[in-house]
Design a protein around this ligand. Structure first.
Ligand SMILES: Cc1cc2nc3c(=O)[nH]c(=O)nc-3n(C[C@H](O)[C@H](O)[C@H](O)COP(=O)(O)OP(=O)(O)OC[C@H]3O[C@@H](n4cnc5c(N)ncnc54)[C@H](O)[C@@H]3O)c2cc1C
Ligand code: FES
Length: 272
């Protein structure tokens, strides 16, 4: 029987540098792979180093196991260094998904900050695959500098292929940048969506999500229409160890994707 605590062994199929310190790893997968829903994550284990949660960042329909990893510390650095053919342990998928059904018939605002675009990418694949199911699609993405824009070529392709507003902004730019400069909330303008008939999906640093929620609500969106993905330190990923717990809420089991009104009291509390 499937034991969620026992990793299966996978091998790196390909490795691609995205931006400084950030790599996308595709793992070899076979028919026994369970698939995943946008928003979910795997626990990736580098032999002899450790295990960390990493979101799925690939297309759910393509049945490919893709993760985008920023080298931030011991385990993520070791993951980012894995070469083609290297083995690693995989547990998952775990966690809640971006609720696409809640967006049906509504305008959609996807707000990403930095690496937060990675856990949102599976959602974007799904939104772009069925545009007729939703109203206006908006992807608003903020990164530190032009060199930190994740999946930049794919963003350009999506701009050409889809009828969606795809805007990027950077905190700091050199002279050759002729796009937006400023925080991601500066891209949130009233005409983009019908605040009474929209859903927003947010992922990024918590401070960015806090300001984004406030801006969306100032524009008339209700807390029940806003979904955020939260990151907390995790060990078991199945609601047992308590590492990600706050009161009755386990980020690994009840999240990482939450409807904002359901976690607004604990949002912003760093250590749980
Ligand atoms: C549900 C979920 C999905 C995630 N998805 C991705 C992803 O797609 N790509 C990716 O690169 N990272 C992702 N992360 C973050 C990743 O798990 C952490 O960067 C990693 O655990 C750091 O471990 P480390 O051993 O490399 O570094 P450590 O030495 O443990 O930490 C390095 C630095 O990162 C901070 N840190 C540690 N854990 C977290 C965390 N969970 N959230 C924020 N900061 C943390 C530490 O405080 C320290 O400053 C996700 C985290 C969660 C909970
Ligand atoms: S990681 Fe163990 S309870 Fe969430």
């Amino acid at each position: 029987m499937f034991d969620p605590m026992v990793p299966r062994v996978a091998r790196v199929k390909s490795r691609r540098r995205e931006i400084p310190n950030t790599w996308t790893l595709e793992l070899e997968s076979d028919a026994s792979d369970p698939g995943f829903a946008p928003g979910q994550f795997n626990m990736l284990y580098v032999m002899g180093v450790g295990e960390i949660p990493i979101s799925m960042s690939g297309d759910p329909a393509a049945k490919r196991l893709v993760h985008t990893v920023r080298a931030a510390g011991a385990v993520s650095e070791a993951l980012a260094k894995l070469k083609r053919g290297d083995p690693l342990g995989v547990r998952g998928p775990f966690g809640t998904e971006w609720p696409l059904a809640a967006a049906a018939g509504k305008d959609v605002v996807v707000l990403a900050g930095g690496l937060g675009l990675a856990p949102l990418r599976p959602l974007l694949y799904r939104l772009f695959a069925e545009p007729g199911r939703y109203g206006r699609l908006n992807l608003l993405y903020g990164s530190r500098s032009p060199a930190d824009i994740l999946y930049d070529r794919q963003l350009d392709r999506w701009r050409e292929q889809h009828r969606a507003a795809i805007e990027t902004t950077v905190d700091h730019a050199a002279a050759e940048w002729n796009g937006h400069v400023g925080v991601v909330t500066s891209l949130l303008t009233p005409g983009l969506f019908d605040a009474g008939n929209s859903v927003a999906f947010l992922c990024g640093p918590e401070v960015m999500m806090r300001f984004s929620v406030a801006s969306l609500m100032n524009l008339g969106m209700s807390a029940q229409d806003i979904y955020v993905s939260m990151e907390r330190n995790m060990k078991c990923a199945i609601g047992h160890c308590g590492h990600c717990q706050f009161g009755h809420t386990f980020v690994c089991r009840d999240g990482p994707v939450f409807r904002y009104d359901r976690i607004q009291d604990i949002f912003g509390i760093r250590e749980m």
